[in-house]
Design a protein around this ligand. Structure first.
Ligand SMILES: NC(=O)c1ccc[n+]([C@@H]2O[C@H](COP(=O)([O-])OP(=O)(O)OC[C@H]3O[C@@H](n4cnc5c(N)ncnc54)[C@H](O)[C@@H]3O)[C@@H](O)[C@H]2O)c1
Length: 489
């Protein structure tokens, strides 16, 4: 048996004339869950629980938690989630298992379609084609959270989301293994000139050669950027018998027998294969140009699966033409075609394209480093979990536009406990106003953080009565800094 649950929220509309200190609860009662729209159906001590619990399953995986209590909607309304762009079925199943009402569509929606329908939903899951604009957010009266079932979040107006107290989650690292495995495959292909031999066979040419073809065993791999991908690759490469050095701006613990190089120059001068796994930053733009290519060993190989801006590809074409490098693999480009199709990758798009296309032992792939079924499924699980954790527990860890705050769950054995999720403007006096409201109660735990203009507070309060909850909710919603107040129990 569980305690009664109490989930509701008030958002102070940014454009609302009443956004001058008082939360316009009455004015938004018709559009959001209203805790006062119906009398509390069950007491908070759990003594008279309703038989029907909206079918909400009571499990969500939170490491280290003991029987966390998952919330039910307080009033008649269920949590409605809109999933667009054919997100992974694993995520759909997970969210339905939680008892949410999930509307699943395979395509993306236009802004007009979103404007018409977004008002119904508490959460939305998209991939890269659906654009969540400021206009869309202004109509998203009930929206609590956005899940991007992909790596990037450029398609979302993150500022507009944050201003309305809406965290946006994505899955930046679910495809790390896919990229690491691709690099292993590319190293084998380059050192055996495999793609050239395969292309010759397609044309009917038999060219059995061993000259300048090598095993990977014993060769030195230089990894630039020893993060999620670089470190996984390090382990895989050693298991193939390679030796590994890496260069990173951070001093990082080596895995296996790998060794951190002191400088990029040292790595470039020693490695048989150089592979790049740095993020796109001002400092990494053009990080490998003519000078760095010249510092690489003659007959070595370069692989770039990171970002197109990291390598000067004109200089790479020079290094291939002069035979300084024995081969290269490139998956990412400064300018990439907007869609699949023939004759999309031309000199008009990238002026060095045909020069690289002509060179032997050059592997060019269309940004597929992370594109595997496993990665898609991992993305589904990761983003699905993030949505559940935010809706059920208020945890915003992993959000890209929002302060990251988490509290350990309220367990089944804890009754008469509420969790306050309070998104507010990061302004002086905001926390003082909150503490004046909750300070006289038993605050079990509390955590707060801010990111630019937005701040987020989670607090668990025990031994609260129904009238305490009403009072806390009303007063928090009226604090001058309030963006969104949500109570969970
Ligand atoms: N080809 C694809 O499809 C694909 C898929 C996934 C990721 N990626 C790209 O791969 C890259 C690496 O991803 P990740 O998940 O391993 O990132 P990560 O953030 O886990 O690791 C990046 C590492 O680079 C280091 N770094 C940052 N600046 C550096 C510099 N100037 N010099 C040396 N090291 C530096 C960081 O300290 C960090 O250890 C990113 O650019 C990402 O966008 C590409």
């Amino acid at each position: 048996m569980t305690a009664a649950s109490y989930q509701s929220f008030t958002r102070v509309e940014p454009s609302s004339p009443s956004n001058k200190g008082l939360a316009p609860i009455a004015s938004i009662q018709n559009t959001i869950n209203d805790p006062y729209a119906a009398p509390a159906r069950v007491p908070l001590d759990g003594s008279a629980l309703p038989a029907q619990t909206h079918g909400r399953a009571r499990s969500v995986s939170i490491p280290g938690a003991q029987a966390p209590r998952v919330l039910q909607p307080f009033d008649r309304e269920e949590i409605k989630i809109l999933l667009l762009e054919n997100v992974s079925q694993g995520a759909v199943a997970m969210l339905r298992e939680q008892g949410y009402q999930v509307d699943f569509h395979t395509g993306s929606w236009s802004e007009d379609e979103l404007l018409e329908k977004i008002g119904e939903y508490h959460a939305i899951g998209i991939r890269s084609k659906t654009h969540l604009t400021k206009r869309v957010f202004s109509e998203a009266k009930k929206l609590l959270v956005v899940g991007c079932f992909c790596i990037g979040t450029n398609q979302v107006d993150l500022k507009a989301a944050g201003d309305r107290g809406i965290p946006v989650f994505n899955s930046p690292f679910a495809n790390s293994r896919s990229v690491a495995e691709l690099v292993i495959g590319e190293m084998v292909c380059l050192s055996r000139q495999l793609t050239d031999r395969a292309q010759e066979m397609r044309n009917g040419t038999w060219n059995k050669v061993s000259k300048n073809c090598y095993e990977l065993r014993g060769k030195l791999l230089g990894i630039v950027g020893y993060g999620h991908i670089g470190s996984q690759l390090s382990v895989l490469a050693e298991s193939m018998g390679m030796r590994v050095i890496y260069y990173d701006v951070l001093p990082l613990m080596p895995l296996g027998s790998a060794r951190q190089a002191d400088t990029l120059e040292e790595l470039l001068g020693k490695a048989d294969f150089v592979t790049l796994h740095v993020p796109e930053l001002p400092e990494t733009r053009g990080m490998i140009g003519a000078k760095q290519l010249a510092q690489m060993k003659k007959g070595s190989f370069l692989i770039n699966n990171s970002r197109g801006s990291v390598v000067d590809l004109g200089a790479l074409a020079d290094a291939m033409e002069s035979k300084h490098l024995a081969g290269c693999a490139v998956d990412v480009y400064p300018r990439e075609p907007p869609k699949n199709g023939e004759n999309m990758f031309t000199d008009e798009l990238n002026p060095w394209a045909s020069r690289l296309q002509k060179q032997p032992n050059v592997i060019m792939t269309p940004h597929i480093g992370g594109s595997t079924e496993e990665a898609q499924s991992m993305i589904g699980i990761e983003v699905g979990n993030a949505l559940c954790r935010y809706l059920n527990f208020g945890s915003s860890v992993g959000a890209v536009n929002f302060p990251e705050v988490s509290l350990r769950p309220i367990t089944e054995s804890e009754v008469r406990v509420i969790r306050i999720c309070y998104v507010h403007h990061n302004q002086p006096g905001a926390l003082l106003a909150v503490n004046e409201i909750i300070g006289s109660h038993n605050v079990d735990k509390q955590s707060t953080d801010s990111l630019k203009d937005i701040a987020y507070l989670l607090a668990d309060i025990s031994d609260v009565s129904e009238s305490d909850i009403r009072d806390i909710y009303t007063r928090l919603s009226k604090t001058p800094a309030c963006i969104l107040t949500r109570l969970l129990s």
